[in-house]
Design a binder for this molecule. Structure first.
Ligand code: FRU
Length: 485
C-alpha cells in the first residue's frame, strides 16, 4: 500500500541547511520559555517517554516534532540529570527513518534489562489521512548512553484482530519472571481498551488478550497505559479519549484517570476499587511513572490535544510537568513535587504572615515557588500575575471545601471552549498550598498533594504582584527558582 505523504512527515535528518539553527534562534528568546520545566529547544513536545533511573542518572525522553508548534513527525528527544533538577540535553534518541515507523516514533516506556535500558515505542505508519497501522518497536540504550534500534524490529508487527490501527504506547514491566506489555487500543467498534502481551525475554511477544477493567468510561480510545504498585496496592493510569465532563471531572478535551485496585495479569483482569481524575488543571495528559530507588515518580505532558498558544509564532510549544512523587493514601494517590526541586531554590523574595491582605511584589521574577500554610482558614483568594490588566485567580471556600482556579481574567486565555475555571472539593480543610510558577506554567499542589492543578498561563511581561487575601492567618514564603534546563 502506498504511504501517506504530507510535508510535516519529515525527520530531522531532512532539515535544510541552516533550518535548525534558525528554529533554535527564533525560540531562544521567547519570554514564555520555562527555565526549569523540561521543554523543547524548538518545535513541539508532547508525552514523556522512556522515563528511567538508569546507571546513576535520570533519563527523560519525550515526544518531539522539530519543525513547528504542531503535531508532525514524532521523534524521541532525550535529556538526563544526575539530581532530577538540573538537566542536560542530548542528541535525538529515536529518529523515525525505518519503514516500520514511517510516520513517527510514538510514545512508550522503558525497562532495564541486564545492563541495558530497553526503550519500547510504537512505530506509526499512515496509509492515508485516516488509515494507519502500528508496530511495537525497541531501541536499546547501553551503559554509555549509546542508543541503537533493535535489529529485529518490529517486535510486534501490526495490530491484533479486533482492533483498529490505533494500538500504541507500550508499558513493559516484569512480574514473577515474566515480562508483560500493556498497550492502549481502540476496538473495531470504536471503544477504548488496554491489551496485553507477554514475553519470556522482553523481546519475543505473544498476544494474551484484553485487560478487563470494570469501569464505566469507555471513550473511543485509551492512550498511554501505565501500571505500578505502591505498598501492596496496584494502580493503573491511562488517558481515555472521548469521555464526557462529569461534575468536577474530565473537563479537558482528553483526560487522564488513575484506577486503584488489584491486577491479576495472568487472568487479564484489573479489579477496580476506585478511580479518579489524576490532575484537576487545564493542561495535563499522557503521564508516565517510573521507579527511582523505591520512589514512584511521575511526569505528565503539561498539555493536551491540539491548541493554539501565543508561543506558536516562535515555533515551539509545550513542556512537561515537574517530576512528582506519588504516595499512596488508601485508594488515593497523593502527588508531591519531587524533593529534588529544593535544589533549584533561589533567593527568598518574600515571607510573612497574612491576615487580611498582602500584596507581594514579584516584579520581573518569572520562576518562583510560593508556599502557604494555615491552621484554619475560612476564605482565601490569591491573584497570581496580578497587574491592572490581568490576574489568575485561586479561591478557597471553607463551607464547600472547594478550591477553584480561574484563568478567565488573563489576557491570553487558551482553549476557552473547554471552560476557564476548574475546581476540586477537598476531603478536609485547606491547610497548604505549594504553587510553582515557571514563566508560562503554574502547578498548584493542594494539601500535600491531595489535588494538583496543572495550568499553562501566558502572562503579560509587565510588573507583577501576588495578592493574597485571607480571612484568618496564613504563613507564606516565596522563593525564586533557579534554572534547571
Ligand atoms: C498521546 C499520544 C500517544 C501517541 C503520541 C504521539 O498524547 O497521542 O497516544 O503515542 O501522543 O505523539
Amino acid at each position: 500500500m502506498t504511504r501517506y505523504s504530507e510535508p510535516k512527515y519529515r525527520t530531522i535528518l531532512e532539515a535544510e541547511e541552516g533550518e535548525l539553527e534558525a528554529l533554535k534562534e527564533l525560540s531562544a528568546h521567547d519570554e514564555w520559555k520555562p527555565s526549569f520545566h523540561i521543554h523543547p529547544q524548538y518545535g513541539l513536545l508532547n508525552d514523556p517517554n522512556g522515563l528511567a533511573w538508569f546507571k546513576g542518572k535520570y533519563h527523560v525522553f519525550y515526544q518531539w516534532y522539530p519543525y513547528g508548534a504542531y503535531h508532525g513527525m514524532k521523534h524521541w528527544a532525550h535529556v538526563s540529570s544526575k539530581d532530577l533538577a538540573r538537566f542536560e540535553r542530548h542528541d535525538t534518541a529515536i529518529t523515525p527513518v525505518e519503514d516500520y515507523e514511517s510516520h513517527g516514533a510514538y510514545s512508550g516506556a522503558s525497562l532495564q534489562v541486564g545492563d541495558e535500558l530497553y526503550l519500547y515505542y510504537t512505530g506509526n505508519v499512515k496509509y492515508d489521512a485516516e488509515a494507519r497501522d502500528a508496530h511495537q518497536c525497541l531501541a536499546i540504550m547501553d551503559e554509555n548512553g549509546e542508543i541503537r534500534k533493535y535489529e529485529h524490529n518490529p517486535l510486534i508487527k501490526s495490530v491484533p484482530e479486533g482492533y483498529t490501527g490505533h494500538v500504541r504506547d507500550p508499558k513493559v514491566f516484569e512480574k514473577e519472571g515474566q515480562y508483560y506489555m500493556l498497550l492502549g487500543a481502540q476496538r473495531e467498534d470504536q471503544t477504548g481498551a488496554i491489551i496485553v502481551y507477554d514475553s519470556p525475554d522482553a523481546l519475543n511477544w505473544t498476544f494474551l488478550g484484553e485487560l478487563s477493567v470494570d469501569i464505566d468510561l469507555a471513550g473511543y480510545m485509551w492512550e498511554c497505559p501505565d501500571y505500578f504498585e505502591i505498598d501492596g496496592k496496584d494502580f493503573l493510569i491511562f488517558s481515555p479519549q472521548g469521555i464526557e465532563p462529569e461534575g468536577e471531572n474530565y473537563h479537558n478535551v482528553f483526560n487522564t484517570i488513575y484506577v486503584a485496585g488489584t491486577l491479576d495479569i495472568k487472568g487479564l483482569s484489573f479489579q477496580v476499587d476506585e478511580y479518579h481524575e489524576l490532575d484537576k488543571g487545564f493542561d495535563f495528559y499522557a503521564p508516565q511513572s517510573f521507579d527511582a530507588d523505591g520512589k514512584r515518580l511521575l511526569y505528565g505532558w503539561a498539555g493536551v490535544g491540539e491548541v493554539d498558544f501565543p508561543t506558536d509564532q516562535n515555533k515551539w510549544a509545550h513542556c512537561l510537568t515537574l517530576p512528582r512523587e506519588l504516595v499512596r493514601s488508601g485508594n488515593r494517590l497523593l502527588q508531591r513535587p519531587a524533593e529534588s526541586l529544593e535544589l533549584l531554590k533561589g533567593v527568598t523574595v518574600a515571607q510573612g504572615e497574612v491576615s487580611g491582605s498582602a500584596d507581594i511584589e514579584l516584579g520581573d521574577e518569572k520562576a518562583w515557588r510560593a508556599k502557604l500554610d494555615t491552621e484554619q482558614i475560612s476564605g482565601l483568594k490569591l491573584e497570581l500575575f496580578s497587574s491592572d490588566q490581568e490576574q489568575f485567580i485561586l479561591t478557597y471556600d471553607q463551607a464547600s471545601k472547594k478550591v477553584k482556579v480561574d484563568r478567565s481574567e488573563m489576557k491570553h486565555v487558551t482553549e476557552p471552549q473547554f471552560g476557564t475555571t476548574r475546581e476540586v472539593t477537598l476531603s478536609q480543610d485547606l491547610k497548604q498550598l505549594d504553587i510553582i510558577v515557571d514563566h508560562s506554567i503554574a502547578e498548584i499542589f493542594v494539601n500535600d498533594g491531595e489535588a494538583v492543578f496543572t495550568c499553562r498561563v501566558f502572562p503579560l511581561s509587565e510588573h507583577k504582584q501576588l495578592k493574597i487575601s485571607a480571612d484568618s492567618n496564613a504563613a507564606y514564603e516565596i522563593n525564586g527558582m533557579n534554572r534547571g534546563i
